[in-house]
Design a protein around this ligand. Structure first.
Ligand code: EPU
Length: 437
């Protein structure tokens, strides 16, 4: 998307909205299809730019892919995957491309790829991926930006992750499926999206169990079959829509929202004074916003803690709440870049390292702001809804990497958001974002 979003101060948003499939589940699930030979069908696949990039990657390897974007159905035939090399240009577009490494090692015993794109939210190294794939028997050489991995035979192991990295857990788990015998992954990430991957792998016939505390047990060596699977609904899109509604003082019902996976986030909204109702089986959330929100402090953490991906949107809600909120970003080392944009809109925020202290103000003001990553973009869009005057948001391509079209959903709920083509903004965006890919 070249251009910017023009966001007006919004009336109270209200409505019942449906949710797309979770980006962070579908990307790894698509990578996992490399483990199978044949035709798989994924349903509830969001039409976001990262999904398009993963489609390109699978096609580059030789898969036949067709995507019905209206029905959100993705057909992937992996029968003709013959390549284990991925071009640098494709790898650089998206961090999630590293997730093909484990499956390629299982299928070909080789993976020649490039280092994945760096990202503005932090250094995002892949040391946990490499260390533990090596432990499973892989030899990995890094030459410049290229990464050459091979393995004679994957060997089952007891893997201990020093941090429950989502991507490292997923990569190691998929590689372990090619190691005949039992691999245990200790201190594994158990984010709902990892669990969705596990459900898909189990449907493929993989033997995987989860045991406390945070241990995944994999019995590798089985032939995995193609699947038909419906991707989980996106808890992060749900959270984003909920915060957008809350800051406008409105009400929303998301009957598909996986509320049972959103406990800490929903608890914090309740502490702000918002009225939250959850469906009896833990599915579905309704929010009625309070007129007098109170500031709440929170700290991001691996699941089931407060999700880092909702830190930026939730910070916007604190900007207009009464009192002071202390927000600690403890997952990524550089995920407070939205702060300087919110400051341009009149927010009172002080940053000290990875801690942002927000003092609520009566009003935010529309300003030209720039999205630096997916969730920062969403946060600034939300800030535009509750700011006086017009906000112009550039860097919109970040939003479309992670959301199918959140602006359309917000517009359906009453927001006034217009996409404006602009060569000037286009140049500006490129200047500001070139290093992120
Ligand atoms: N880390 C390392 N070494 C590694 C791997 C991770 O030091 O080898 C560090 C990272 O630098 C970071 C922390 O560990 O500070 C957590 O990273 P993690 O590996 O858990 O994250 P990820 O797999 O790269 C996924 C999501 C992110 C989400 C995080 C945390 C996908 C495609 N991405 O990233 O989603 O924020 O988990 O939940 O699944 C987003 O959707 O906007 C997004 C960034």
């Amino acid at each position: 998307m070249n251009g910017y979003l023009k966001v007006e101060n919004s009336p109270k948003l209200h409505g019942d909205m449906s949710l797309i499939g979770a980006k962070n589940a579908v990307l790894v699930i698509m990578a996992s299809l490399i483990l199978t030979d044949g035709k798989s069908t994924l349903k509830n696949v969001p039409c976001s730019d990262d999904v398009m990039q993963m489609i390109n990657l699978l096609r580059e390897l030789g898969a036949e892919v067709s995507f019905d974007q209206d029905e959100h159905v993705l057909l992937v035939d992996t029968t003709f995957i013959r390549k284990y090399q991925v071009k640098k240009e494709i790898m650089k577009r998206m961090r999630a491309s590293i997730l093909v490494m484990g499956p390629l090692l299982v299928r070909f015993k080789k993976a020649d790829i490039a280092l994945p794109g760096g990202c503005v939210i932090g250094a995002r190294p892949i040391n946990f991926h490499l260390k533990n794939l090596r432990k499973l028997g892989a030899t990995i050489q890094i030459e410049g930006e290229y990464l050459f991995a091979k393995v004679e035979k994957l060997i089952p192991q007891r893997i201990v992750l020093e941090y429950p990295s989502v991507g490292a857990t997923e990569n190691v788990l998929m590689a372990a499926l090619g190691a005949k015998g039992i691999t245990t992954i200790i201190n594994a990430a158990l984010e709902p999206e990892v669990l969705d991957l596990i459900r898909v792998l189990q449907k493929m016939d993989a033997a995987i169990q989860i045991e406390g505390p945070a241990t995944i047990i994999v019995e590798g060596g089985k032939v995995l079959k193609p699947v038909e699977y419906e991707v989980m609904h996106d808890r992060l899109e749900a959270g984003s829509l909920i915060v957008a509604t809350a800051v406008t003082g409105g009400s929303i019902t998301l009957s598909q929202a996986p509320a049972f996976m959103m406990d800490v986030f929903l608890m914090k909204l309740q502490e702000m004074g918002h009225n939250i109702e959850i469906g009896s089986d833990g599915i579905g959330v309704s929010l009625k916003a309070t007129r007098y929100p109170k500031a709440v402090s929170f700290k991001t953490a691996p699941y089931p803690g407060f999700p880092t991906d909702l830190q930026a949107p939730m910070m916007v809600a604190q900007c207009l709440a009464s009192g002071r909120a202390v927000i600690d970003e403890a997952v990524f080392e550089n995920r407070l870049l939205h702060v300087q944009e919110l400051q341009k809109m009149g927010a009172q925020i002080k940053v000290d390292g990875n801690r942002a202290t927000v003092t609520g103000v009566d009003q935010l003001y529309g300003a030209p702001v720039i999205a630096t990553d997916i969730r920062a973009g969403c946060a600034l869009l939300i800030a535009g809804l509750c700011a006086k005057g017009i906000t112009t948001l550039s860097g919109v391509h970040h939003l479309s990497r992670g959301y199918e079209s959140i602006q359309t959903k917000l517009s359906k709920m009453g927001a006034s958001i217009e996409y404006v083509e602009s060569a000037v903004f286009d140049r500006h965006e490129k200047d500001c974002t070139k290093e992120y890919y």
